[in-house]
Design a protein around this ligand. Structure first.
Ligand code: FAD
Length: 483
């Protein structure tokens, strides 16, 4: 099969499912402009899949926006530096159950069914190409180079969405629902320990989430802080670009070996996570944070195969100083000098860190408001996460916020404690997206229920067109009565 033939099959499959039927949602008006039923912020895989899910529900008055140029959405072609995805190739995700929309269908259409068995993991670039194809075959309404800057609640159930285009303020958009499909950092920000950001000039370090020009570091010696997968991805990538030495510093004495996501994928912990009591959710994500994901074996082995690769276990950075040639790092096992530092210390989540939530964040209920963890496992990092409904809706900690948060959804990393990894990894998407879509659709329906019911009760369009035969009516009553 060719890609052209697959494109035809996708169209046929969708037509068999009556995809694209007329909308049921009632149009709303705003004096200043068109009102979208839903604006989805973020054109990565979550935003794209949410849009497809809404279209399947016959909600087509929607718009997707992404701050990046076309094809640069999400980490894949921007700051991710691993060769392949970590997710097993067989897991389905944005296809939402349509076989012809799966990555496998897309791959086999180009390279043939036989080769699929030999594919180990999905190459990063191929995954991005698949997402580009998915967006295009489904004709999803995504505007690039448009950044959400502020969400301003107006009347109940209406948002003024302030945006920037190419860095400049643009006319606001209006929406009844806003879905924040804004990815890893969308619920907070990337984390650089203050020991580094306070003491070193910006020219001496970068976080792994930044676009780093490794060509400029050719022949240089770099130090990488962090024991997660990205630290090793960056070491390997940097060495492949000609960096002379890449030293990875890990706090633990031993490398993390267990990947809790693999257990979650087979135990119901992804699809049923939302049904756990709060105490279990909190404990489970606390455990997840402690273990996190180790690097994949291939990334680790690739990094180790370079003579310039060095691993320092049991070596947290105790101090950093700038020096004549770069930076000096102090660990319990000695001091090391580097030309440049790469920081791979993850992120922190807190709605207060998001500029677009400035007007509402004060009202957003956090885990710390709703659940008091026992002292021995209380974790302020978890407490700062928003406390969401099972359908990813933000909840209010006060009466004032109820009105302004009604219609705001967080399908990003900040959903972790409330909804598990359904919005944070490919493994969870096929469970998370349908829940999100159902909740948004229910809300659109319930917001208008008075009018919808009024229309229902007053409905008088005739469907039945049968005619009663006059002859049958002319029964001779007198004859029947024997007169
Ligand atoms: C290095 C790396 C490797 C990873 N590998 C895997 C993996 O193998 N498997 C896996 O399942 N997950 C992996 N992940 C997690 C990965 O981030 C998610 O699976 C995936 O990117 C989530 O998709 P998303 O659409 O939710 O977010 P993203 O893909 O991050 O997309 C969000 C989009 O929203 C845009 N955006 C954010 N804020 C705004 C705004 N204010 N206005 C407009 N646009 C905005 C962003 O720029 C981005 O384009 C990896 C993450 C990283 C960083």
């Amino acid at each position: 099969m060719s890609l052209e033939a697959l494109n035809e099959q996708v169209k046929r499959d969708l037509s068999y499912l009556n995809f694209g039927g007329p909308d049921w949602v009632r149009p709303h008006k705003h004096p200043e402009g068109h009102v979208y039923d839903v604006i989805i912020v973020g054109g990565g895989q979550s935003g794209l899949a949410a849009a497809f899910g809404l279209l399947r529900e016959r909600i087509s008055n929607i718009l997707l926006i992404d701050e990046n140029p076309e094809g640069q959405e999400g980490p894949w072609d921007t700051y991710a530096r691993m060769e392949t995805l970590r997710t097993p190739k067989h897991l389905t995700s944005v296809d939402l159950g349509i076989p012809s929309l799966t990555y496998r269908s897309w791959w086999e259409a180009q390279f043939g069914a036989k080769g699929w068995e030999e594919v180990d993991k999905i190459p990063r670039g191929d995954w991005m190409n698949y997402l580009k194809w998915y967006r295009s075959i489904l004709n999803l309404p995504l505007i690039n180079n448009m950044k959400l800057s502020l969400i301003e609640p107006e009347a109940y159930g209406m948002y003024r969405v302030h945006v920037e285009r190419n860095g400049y303020p643009s006319s606001p958009l209006f929406a009844r629902k806003v879905i924040l499909a804004t990815g890893i950092q969308g619920g907070g920000e990337w984390h650089v320990p203050s020991m580094i950001s306070d003491k070193l000039p910006r020219s001496l370090y970068a976080h792994t989430s930044e676009r780093i020009d490794y060509n400029k570091l050719k022949g240089k010696k770099i130090g990488i802080l962090g024991g997660g997968a990205s630290a090793f991805d960056n070491a390997n990538y940097a060495l492949s670009k000609g960096v002379s030495e890449a030293h990875v510093f890990v706090r633990r004495e031993k490398m993390q070996r267990i990947n809790p996501i693999r257990q979650m994928e087979v135990s119901g912990m992804i699809e049923r996570f939302h049904s756990l009591p709060d105490s279990d959710k909190y404990d489970a994500i606390n455990h997840f944070f402690k273990h996190n994901q180790p690097p994949t074996n291939d990334t680790f082995n690739r990094a180790c195969s370079w003579s310039g690769f060095h691993l320092h276990l049991g070596s947290p950075w105790l101090d950093v100083e700038s020096s004549d040639i770069g930076a000096v790092v102090t660990t319990p096992k000695g001091q090391f000098s580097f030309d440049y530092l790469i920081i791979s210390t993850g992120l922190v989540t807190d709605p207060a860190l998001r500029p677009e939530l400035k007007l509402v964040e004060n009202s957003i209920a956090r885990w710390g408001d709703k659940y008091k963890a026992p002292a021995e496992c209380a974790n302020p990092l978890l407490d700062a996460h928003p406390y969401l409904t099972p359908g990813f809706g933000l909840l209010s900690r006060d009466d004032k916020g109820k009105k302004s948060l009604h219609g705001l959804f967080a399908f990003n990393y900040s959903a972790l404690i409330s909804c598990g990894i359904a919005a944070s990894a490919l493994s969870g998407m096929r469970f998370g997206i349908p829940k999100l879509v159902t909740t948004v659709a229910d809300q659109l329906f319930l917001d208008d229920r008075e009018e919808i019911l009024e229309d229902f009760f007053s409905y008088n369009e005739e469907e039945f067109t049968g005619e009663w035969s006059k002859q049958e009516e002319n029964i001779d009553l007198e004859a029947l009565q024997g007169k």
